[in-house]
Design a protein around this ligand. Structure first.
Ligand code: NDP
Ligand code: 2IT
Length: 444
């Protein structure tokens, strides 16, 4: 980095103790260096230094009472990162590891991802360090209501539209939506990922995982490959992992492993997804339970061990930095040909470098997992139109969007002289629209 080194230095100085945010910014600024060279007017207009500073950061207290009457206090966040191309849009994460730096890295990446979807959505992210594990439904409800009692004043269908992420699914969205509606006395599409009976979109549940496979399939096709007959390993066993596994199987692959933060299961016959859905979506259990249903399957108490299973395609769908340089070396040694990021920033910079150097097809998160937020955008459209599209209609649109994201990212990579580098391509393609909009709107 030459032109943008100062911008990065300022980010590190101004945001101490936020390594994930630094990591996300560094990767994007490195990709944008050639764009800065080509567009001195963007440098002069301060586009890059404005891009790395959130428009607004909100931190609030979330007090709630557990089933025994004990009072707990968690911290809530909403980072409204960039609204140049549309209302802030992005998920809410409930996980004990959440802090401002995590929300900022996610919000920053969301801006580029949302731009890539071709839909008019700015970038934002939020959440809390609340741990939903082991909580009763009523505790979850009370927490969600308390969280929304503050968030309500910062969001709106034309201002900021949150959705789910780790620890936030249909149940939590339902409780938060109920509270929003009560406080505002209005029925609007202020959250996405809603239930089908109150304005949700068909195929939103499946969208991130399906979209990841549609995108990865495009990248495979460009190299005359496909999912057909391939062995796939997928980390995580939540929303993204389950529907990535479902689509990969429909496309002819065999998914042999899934994990959670405790360990992984290996089923050489191919994972039975009905069992996984029962365990995770109905019982809210652990992936280790799978071995109780299928005694031939093996459970190992070490989640990272999943990357040592020989595979053709790896889809990390759990969390940030879950796949490091060592894991990448193992995958490459075992003959893996493609890696698609379902989670946000799951591969470390060292891992990405190794994949690119070894000509592994690498589908970066901002592009590859954009199907979830794209379908959230379609949910917003349906809410505004006050109608609902069929599953097939939404799925077709999702497929079209993932295809155009692939085309835009690979064309941008080629334009900047590194045709197979989709990291570069996705960062540049996502940036172009935001930069043009910010430039046109003046210094605001
Ligand atoms: P879920 O809460 O449904 O599932 C998360 C899964 O990841 C669980 O299996 C969980 O295991 C595992 N996991 C979470 N944190 C850790 C950790 N620190 N170490 C190891 N495993 C962990 O979330 P989603 O499936 O929705 O999200 C998964 C990833 O996809 C996230 O990176 C998210 O940001 C990203 N994403 C999600 C989208 C969506 O639409 N939902 C859209 C685009 C990206 P455990 O139960 O043990 O915690
Ligand atoms: O990371 C993501 O793109 C999401 N968690 C989905 C965001 C959304 O608004 O649907």
């Amino acid at each position: 980095m030459k032109l943008l080194a100062d911008v990065y230095e300022q980010v590190v100085k101004r945001n101490p103790g936020e390594p994930e945010f630094h990591q996300a910014v560094k990767e994007v600024l490195e990709s944008l260096e050639p764009v800065a060279e080509k567009h001195p007017e963007y440098v002069k207009a301060g586009i890059f230094s404005r891009l790395v500073e959130p428009e607004r950061q909100i931190i609030f207290r979330v007090p709630w009472v557990d089933d025994n009457g004990t009072v707990h206090v968690n911290r809530g966040f909403r980072v409204q990162f960039n609204s140049a191309i549309g209302p802030y849009k992005g998920g809410l994460r409930f996980h004990p590891s959440v802090n401002l730096g995590i929300i900022k890295f996610l919000g920053f990446e969301q801006c580029f991802k949302n731009s890539l979807t071709t839909l008019p959505m700015g970038g934002g992210k939020g959440g809390s360090d609340f741990d939903p594990k082991g909580k009763s439904d009523m505790e979850i409800m009370r927490f969600c209501q308390s969280f929304m009692a503050e968030l309500v004043r910062h969001i709106g269908p034309d201002t900021d539209v949150p959705a789910g992420d780790i620890g936030v699914g249909a149940r939590e969205i339902g409780y938060m939506y109920g509270m929003y509606k009560k406080l505002r006395n209005e029925f609007t599409g202020v959250l996405t990922g809603k239930g089908i009976t109150y304005g949700g979109s068909l195929a939103r549940t499946q969208a991130t995982g399906y979209g990841l496979c549609y995108f990865t399939d495009e990248a495979l096709k460009a190299k005359n490959l496909s999912f057909e007959g391939k062995t796939v390993i997928i980390s995580g066993s939540g929303n993204v992992a389950i529907y990535a596994a479902e689509k990969a199987s429909q496309l002819g692959a065999k998914v042999v492993a899934l994990n959670d933060s405790n360990g992984y299961i290996y089923d050489e016959n191919g994972i039975n997804l009905d069992t996984v859905k029962l365990i995770k979506e109905v019982q809210r259990g652990r992936i280790s339970d799978y071995a109780k249903h299928h005694t031939h399957a093996k459970y190992f108490e070490a989640s990272r061990g999943i990357w040592a299973i020989p595979c053709d395609i790896a889809l990390p769908c759990a969390t940030q930095n879950e796949l490091n340089g060592e894991d990448a070396e193992t995958l490459i040694k075992n003959g893996c040909v493609a890696v698609g990021e379902g989670a946000n920033m799951p591969c470390t910079p060292e891992a990405i470098e190794l994949f690119l150097k070894n000509k592994i097809i690498f589908a970066p998160a901002k592009a590859a997992n954009a199907g979830g937020v794209a379908t959230s955008g379609l949910e917003m459209s349906q809410n505004s139109l006050r109608l609902s599209w069929t599953f097939e209609e939404v799925d077709q649109k999702l497929k079209g969007i993932m295809k155009s994201i692939y085309t835009n990212a690979s064309e941008a990579a080629a334009e900047y002289g590194d045709p197979d580098n989709l990291v570069l391509g996705a960062n540049i393609a996502g940036f172009k629209k935001i930069a043009a909009a910010m430039y046109a709107q003046g210094v605001v």
